[in-house]
Design a protein around this ligand. Structure first.
Ligand code: HBI
Ligand code: FE
Length: 312
């Protein structure tokens, strides 16, 4: 049944922020409207398209057998193998016929409430730039490869597409309860770094895993990280790592199960039960966990990113 927000709230209107609601203090560039959207960059040069193609090739060398079936199907349905930075209008036209989503260009990280508002209207904000040679292996902000290669193929899956819209709608409520960190943790451990159980093993559907060179093997196969069945109450209380491989990955049985665990939840009650800060460390395994693999945490123990520790 629809949560109360979906009956009272008019999602076509950008929410007004009240009081001390947490949002990233971002300075809106003068040329952007309230929706933070701009025209897609039209002058990608040969060097930019080559960077996209090299990133694409590198991922296709590691993802088969490790990426969720829904993701691999989405790559095909959207013909992302055709080469070069894709045109968002083409992707939006094709997505519209599948799940009603569109891809909209944004120049940078945008405020949470604007991001949620777009998701609530089935618009996916994607980076309107591509990384440089110098930042080839690690980017600070999501560029077009992270967003369009990592996230957009999953929007071709009807259940996941519904989940993403409901996630955006849940953002409203999180703002009202000032629980954006908790909702951010749910996003992080599903949309960015989620794993799913398939008949032939655990696969990745999170864009942060799918768009990086090392994390697909680390998340799916390495001994180091924990792999724990996803429980929304537990995930929303769990801290996460922004700039390194995750010490813990959460596994879902199916996108239907993810949808059931979230949309059919009473988020009002859940948010009221959450503390303002996180409760569990990102490497913790707790008594209620349904543990698929208890990690050795050897990657962290040996210093993590920059220490030369080999993740897999
Ligand atoms: N902005 N452009 C962009 N891309 C994101 O992925 C993004 C964002 N703003 C906020 C955000 N993600 C996260 O805080 C989500 O949890 C909302
Ligand atoms: Fe992302």
């Amino acid at each position: 049944m629809a949560s109360s927000a979906t009956t009272e709230t008019d999602f076509s209107v950008l929410p007004e922020l009240e009081g001390d609601i947490y949002t990233a203090p971002l300075q809106k560039p003068a040329h952007l409207g309230d929706d933070w959207v701009e025209p897609q960059q039209a002058d990608y040069g040969q060097a930019d398209h080559a960077i996209w193609d090299e990133l694409f090739e590198r991922q296709m060398g590691v993802l088969p057998g490790r990426a969720a079936t829904a993701f691999m199907r989405g790559l095909e349905k959207l013909d992302l193998a055709r080469g070069g930075v894709p045109e968002f209008d083409r992707l939006s036209a094709e997505l519209d016929g599948m799940t009603g989503w569109s891809v909209i260009p944004v120049p940078m990280l945008i405020p949470d409430h604007v991001f949620f508002w777009h998701l609530a209207n089935r618009r996916f904000p994607a980076g309107n730039f591509i990384r440089t040679r110098e930042t080839f292996d690690y980017i600070q902000e999501p560029d077009v490869f992270h967003d369009v290669f990592g996230h957009v193929p999953m929007l071709t899956d009807p259940v996941f597409a519904d989940y993403m819209q409901e996630y955006g709608r849940a953002g409203w409520k999180a703002m009202r309860y000032n629980r954006l960190k908790a909702l951010g943790a749910l996003y992080w451990y599903t949309v960015e770094f989620g794993l799913i159980e398939e008949a032939d093993g655990i696969k990745a559907y999170g864009a942060g895993i799918l768009s990086g060179p090392t994390e697909a093997r680390f998340a799916v196969e390495a001994q180091s990280p924990n792999r724990i069945m996803l429980n929304v109450d537990r995930v929303m209380r769990t801290d996460y790592v922004i700039s390194d491989l995750q010490p813990t990955y959460f596994v879902i049985e199916s996108f239907d199960d993810l949808f059931r665990q979230t949309v059919e939840r009473d988020f009002d009650r859940l948010y009221r039960s959450l503390a303002p800060a996180f409760t569990y460390a990102n490497s913790a395994v707790i008594d209620v966990d349904n543990v698929v693999h208890r990690g050795t945490q050897e990657y962290l123990l040996r210093g993590g990113r920059g220490s030369g520790a080999d993740p897999v």
